[in-house]
Design a protein around this ligand. Sequence first.
Ligand code: DIG
Ligand code: MN
Ligand code: MN
Length: 389
Amino acid sequence: MAASYQPSKSDKFTFGLWTIGNPGRDPFGEPVRPPLKPHEIVKIVGELGGYGVNFHDNDLIPIDASASERDSILRDFKKALDDHGVCVPMATTNLFSDPIFRDGAFTSNDARVRAYALQKTMNAMDLGASLGAKTYVFWGGREGTEVDASKDPRDGIKHFRDALNFLCEYSNDQGYGLRFALEAKPNEPRGDIYFATTGNYLGFIETLDHPEMVGVNPEVAHETMAGLNFFHAVGQALEAGKLFHIDLNDQRPGRYDQDFRFGSESFKICFFLVKLLEDSGYEGPRHFDAHAYRTEDLEGVKAFAAGCMRTYLILKEKAERWNADKEIQDLLAAIKREDPELESLCRGYSAEKAKALKARAFDRKEICRHPLQYERLDQLTCEVIYGVR
Ligand code: DIG
Ligand code: MN
Ligand code: MN
């Protein structure tokens, strides 16, 4: 029977409240869609087959909400979660919208702002943990500069490290069991954002007091904006055991952060990404940090969300086809040249191994005669993606 590509809870598809709830505002235009309340977004995600929703603190509770407004919002939100069997795997803090963060949050030049950012994040962690979140994302959208005369980059790193060390201790102190996932972006809304790529964060994590609690949340659009191969970035995060969460969307290179529907632009990268997530046994949410085109009405937004999940499932089936394709697998087997004896010589240093390796003769011309057949391999891969294999 032909696959239905119908999402189920076991696919762990999640959406941020800010994605389906995006009203279509952009730097050059006002909102084009009426706002949706959190419980209305939960209903849409549930009806489309989604697994969970995520939120910034102020996506759920407006920054100046009264206690009674907060209680009412939370009551409706929790009821919708129950009614539609939707969970909250991840939460995060909005440390970028309020004017107080105009020059950063944890890396602000103003100690009062840095302290307020910590306070706001602790409160947001309380909220997220109370709703079941087990992953906490940090996207430092305002942590950066336009004027490098204003800050020594080393100070920014130190302030960010102090904040994360403090918040790791807070999570432990509260018994939340949260895992932190750091999300990189090279620029926008700041001229340059600190920790521009996932690689920056992978290096930074090892300098923290609790590196075991901290991983990364790579986003397709952000690494692509930096001109990088997202498949490689996720590969490094997975290999380091640090892929704690992931932001799926799509992006054309050399443009502002487009956050397009997943798989709508970079077919090959998204194919290899889905194949890597599935082949690796990644068990985290497949989170879509994306939004519908500004042209869309509510039905268009639903088509956007359904399209994200459907495309992921289509690419998952293509990955299964690729893995099962005998011609492709035979090609890979012919291309790779393993040599256990040589490999044992090159791993686990000893003076004897070094001496033997230095004495080994290599026939460069003979080695170059080994065919690589990448044109054929890539053609077959494209044919799987195009749907003719
Ligand atoms: C933007 O890509 C960021 C914010 O939307 C949020 O903090 C994070 C969560 O995935 N992604
Ligand atoms: Mn983005
Ligand atoms: Mn994101």
